[in-house]
Ligand binder design. Structure first.
Ligand code: ADP
Ligand code: ADP
Length: 229
């Protein structure tokens, strides 16, 4: 089942800046995809368009069976909140709130009760069941990023987008976060799309897409290669 599908997506800015040009790609449920490419190649723009955080200039984006490109603002906001998770390089946790309160924020935003059970399950899923009452300053960088991942997962999104999630972490901590993402895909069939500069990080993914100048320049493993039997 394809959870996210982009068809001929282009994003142009003023003064002839082309951020994305004619990108078509699908993301199947339970796959962990890495998106690589030089700075300015359109990686963030691809993620933002796929997540409904940005509207393409042309083309179509379908998430969880719904066409974002024809959707009104209110519906788009709701879909983004309920069906899409987003993790950034900077963890973006609220410093005055505990881990559990941070994880509960998306539930409050959807007008739901910050269900302690859902929050607990999310913290368990990232291995931080015992850190619920800690504030961000009392957690390591890797733990803070795991809280951010728990927060992104608390609504049980169809897809988790991660923009350089290990960009602010050291090698060892990065590895823990990447193992966690790998485990979410393997054990929970969580669909994940991650932008990264780091080939070591990309090695945790099932599939790597390469962008250059806003265009898709191939992927690994090569989908056109003949299967060796
Ligand atoms: P990457 O994530 O690969 O570094 P981006 O998606 O951030 O690339 O940017 C792709 C191109 O689009 C770059 O040339 C960038 O300068 C341009 N760009 C991105 N956002 C904007 C914007 N809001 N206005 C104008 N140009 C932008
Ligand atoms: P089961 O269906 O046997 O509970 P799962 O693999 O679905 O097994 O879940 C194991 C644990 O991880 C449960 O506590 C579940 O609530 C939690 N969990 C599963 N998927 C997610 C997710 N996407 N986000 C947060 N927690 C999850």
């Amino acid at each position: 089942e394809t959870v996210v599908e982009l068809t001929s997506v282009s994003k142009h800015y003023a003064h002839g800046v082309v951020a994305l040009e004619d990108v078509s790609v699908g993301f199947r449920q339970g796959t962990f995809t890495a998106v690589m490419g030089p700075s300015g190649s359109g990686k963030s723009t691809l993620l933002q368009c796929a997540a409904g955080l940005d509207r393409p200039t042309s083309g179509r984006v379908v998430v969880d069976g719904r066409d974002l490109t024809t959707m009104g603002e209110r519906k788009l906001t709701r879909l983004r909140r309920d069906r899409v998770g987003f993790v950034f390089q900077a963890f973006n946790l609220l410093p005055s709130l505990t881990a559990a309160q941070n994880v509960g924020l998306p539930l409050r935003l959807t007008g739901r009760r910050p269900d302690p059970e859902l929050i607990g399950q999310s913290l368990e899923a990232v291995g931080l069941g015992d850190r619920a009452r800690h504030r961000p300053a009392e957690l390591s960088g890797g733990q803070q990023q795991r809280v951010a991942i728990a927060r992104a997962l608390v609504t049980r999104p169809a897809v988790l987008f991660a923009d350089e999630p290990t960009g602010a972490l050291d090698t060892g901590t990065s590895r823990d976060v990447l193992r966690l993402l790998r485990g979410l895909a393997d054990a929970h069939a969580q669909t994940i799309v991650m932008v990264t500069h780091d080939p070591v990080a990309a090695a945790y993914a099932d599939r790597v897409l390469f962008l250059a100048d806003g265009r898709l320049h191939g992927e690994l493993p090569d989908p056109t290669a003949e299967t060796v039997t």
